[in-house]
Design a protein around this ligand. Structure first.
Ligand code: TYD
Length: 209
């Protein structure tokens, strides 16, 4: 079982994912929780490059770095876990590339879909939660978190983008999710974390019983 979590900065997907992992651990489920970018050994330096606010990366170079990160992540981490029968939960996956590099940076979405297909060798999640939130609220949350963790420069490249970019990303996610509604569940991320978790868990728990 492969499940991904998507959303803009500060949408709360990290928080809800942690809560889901906590609940699964309580139930004794042997699962794998991972993330992109940076979910493999090769991915750690790639993540540092991609999220560094000081880097200027052209959209196509950025695209291929994300795809390289994903190809390694799938082959080294995700597929082996699935093959061992472990459910896999990923904080971001291929939909992030479609939305950020496609809707956000203006690269061609059908081409991105094909390149992703190749990078992941056909492996798409069976269920994807989209945590939807107004960018103004999400960005304020992300800014506070980055300031608290001292991440403003090294992990702040996307947070530093103009508000219009984040609005485009939010719209892109909603459009993409509507096109793939069989796999996406859109969750209102502006509510308190407990409420968001409850809704997500209601959808997930039957799959684990
Ligand atoms: P991260 O710190 O994981 O952000 P968040 O906590 O919001 O998940 O940073 C991931 C950033 O990388 C995020 O701004 C989205 C971007 N990204 C892409 O542009 N394309 C991709 O394929 C992926 C996986 C992430």
């Amino acid at each position: 079982m492969f499940i991904s979590f998507e959303g803009i900065e500060g949408s709360g997907k990290g928080t809800v994912l942690r809560a889901v992992c906590g609940r699964l651990a309580e139930q004794g489920v042997d699962f794998l929780s991972t993330r992109e970018p940076g979910g493999s050994d090769l991915g750690a330096p790639l993540r540092a490059l991609l999220l560094d606010a000081r880097q200027s990366i052209v959209p196509r170079a950025e695209l291929f770095l994300y795809l390289a990160d994903r190809a390694q992540h799938v082959a080294q981490v995700i597929r082996p876990a699935l093959a061992a029968g472990r459910p896999v939960l990923s904080d971001r996956y291929a939909d992030s590339t479609i939305v950020y590099q496609g809707y956000g940076r203006g690269l061609n979405v059908p081409e991105l879909f094909r390149l992703n297909e190749s990078a992941v060798d056909g492996l798409w999640p069976e269920l994807t939660f989209l945590l939807d939130i107004e960018p103004e609220i999400g960005l304020e949350r992300a800014r506070r978190r980055n300031a608290e963790l001292g991440l403003s420069v090294t992990e702040g490249r996307f947070e530093a983008e103009a508000m219009s970019f984040h609005r485009t990303i939010r719209r892109g996610y909603l459009d993409w999710a509507a096109e793939h509604h069989e796999r996406f569940r859109v969750i209102d991320g502006s509510r308190p974390p407990e409420d968001v978790f409850r809704e997500v868990w209601d959808i997930l728990s039957p799959r684990f019983s």
